[in-house]
Design a protein around this ligand. Structure first.
Ligand SMILES: [Zn+2]
Length: 219
């Protein structure tokens, strides 16, 4: 792997333009997304015509600078690395449904902030939505997960694991008076389960699809 390989095979859609997707760059200082002015721009092109870009962007909201190293690959995708990078999670992959992404984001941010009840609630909702997107049938999360196991969408280990994740089994969405709070371990367990579920249901098919498309276009 050389830095020249950036954006080859994976990255964001460039929509046919030879410009950085500034809308995806987030200011690490104030959290504002895509509100930058280009401050300085350098580039270097190799003999096969690939250009590496080195941009310095100035945030219009807070005035701080962000360095972005980026390129567009031969397949038209673009990829970038920024410095400094945001320390809080702010977005989800494009190929996830937005509703799932929103819940996942709130679950993840709640973990980062040590809000265990909120993390568990959001992660459980994201699991539920993901199962619905995968057309799972059943009257509760366990039966829906079993259903996806029977259909071959989830591997047996994911079905077994679900029964060890306490939050998936209880009705966290309906609070009862005097209930004890979610523990850090329980909140982290359900978020870990969610992350693996998203990998299996959305990431894996997406990656395989991209890989197969690539093989067809290359002689
Ligand atoms: Zn800013």
């Amino acid at each position: 792997m050389s830095w020249w390989d950036i954006a080859e095979g994976s990255g964001y859609d460039s929509f046919g333009k030879k410009a950085l997707r500034v809308d995806l760059v987030q200011c690490a200082f104030c959290g504002e997304l895509g509100k930058f002015k280009t401050h300085a721009r350098l580039e270097n092109t190799n003999t096969s015509g690939k250009t590496l870009h080195y941009d310095t962007l100035k945030c219009e909201q807070c005035g701080n600078n962000t360095f972005v190293f980026w390129a567009i690959g031969s397949g038209g995708l673009q990829s970038f690395h920024q410095l400094p990078w945001p320390t809080r999670t702010t977005r989800w992959p494009d190929h996830w449904p937005d509703d799932v992404g929103r819940y996942w984001l709130q679950a993840t941010r709640s973990i980062e902030a040590a809000n265990w009840d909120a993390a568990a609630l959001m992660a459980r909702s994201a699991v539920q939505l993901t199962l619905r997107h995968a057309q799972a049938e059943g009257s509760n999360l366990y039966t829906e997960i079993n259903d996806l196991g029977k259909k071959g969408i989830l591997p047996p280990v994911m079905v077994e694991w679900a029964h060890e994740v306490r939050v998936l089994g209880n009705g966290n969405a309906h609070p009862m008076p005097g209930e004890v709070g979610t523990t850090a371990a329980d909140a982290q367990a359900v978020v870990e389960y969610l992350n693996m579920l998203l990998k299996v249901v959305f990431d894996l098919p997406h990656q395989i699809e991209k890989h197969r498309a690539r093989k067809i276009t290359k002689p």
